[in-house]
Design a binder for this molecule. Structure first.
Ligand code: CMP
Length: 138
């Protein structure tokens, strides 16, 4: 079993989609082994998305991610990183496959409802950003 980090983003929480999204993930066989409701500080968001700091959308992304509460979660599944990225769909919801989380619930390219780690290495780093070992059930 592999683990990945998901974040239900502030747009989805504002739209009250968190319950529907969690149901969707459970229906897809993903196991939630840690979860929290939090409100990122600017410092947190800048650090979490540091890999994008040279990109033109970085400041807007940080502002969006700190605009309201979000829900980081650790999900478990066989090949969780790639499987979860299939379940959520492409970054841009307009290009996402029908039935994916972003197609169903995202507002825009930036406000795209949910985050998923892009590699097993990043998943480990991103999980450690939000959760310690004792927060994660086995
Ligand atoms: P995520 O997969 O969480 O990782 C980086 C985020 O930056 C992405 O989702 C979007 O929220 C945002 N993003 C990526 N590309 C763009 C873009 N071209 N314009 C605006 N926001 C973007």
């Amino acid at each position: 079993m592999q683990r990945t980090l998901a974040i239900i983003k502030p747009d989805a929480i504002r739209n009250n989609y968190q319950g529907k999204i969690i149901d969707h993930l459970l229906d897809k066989g993903l196991r939630i082994v840690a979860a929290e409701l939090t409100w990122l500080t600017t410092e947190d968001a800048r650090e979490f998305y540091a890999v994008h700091k040279e990109r033109p959308f970085y400041d807007d992304l940080v502002e969006f991610m700190t605009s309201g509460p979000c829900m980081p979660m650790v999900l478990e599944h066989e090949n969780a990183v790639s499987y979860f990225r299939e379940v959520i769909g492409t970054t841009n919801p307009e290009e996402a496959d029908e039935g994916t989380v972003r197609k169903l619930y995202a507002e825009s390219l930036q406000n795209n409802a949910i985050h998923g780690s892009d590699s097993p290495e990043n998943a480990q780093k991103e999980i450690a950003f939000f959760f310690s070992a004792r927060d994660i059930i086995s």
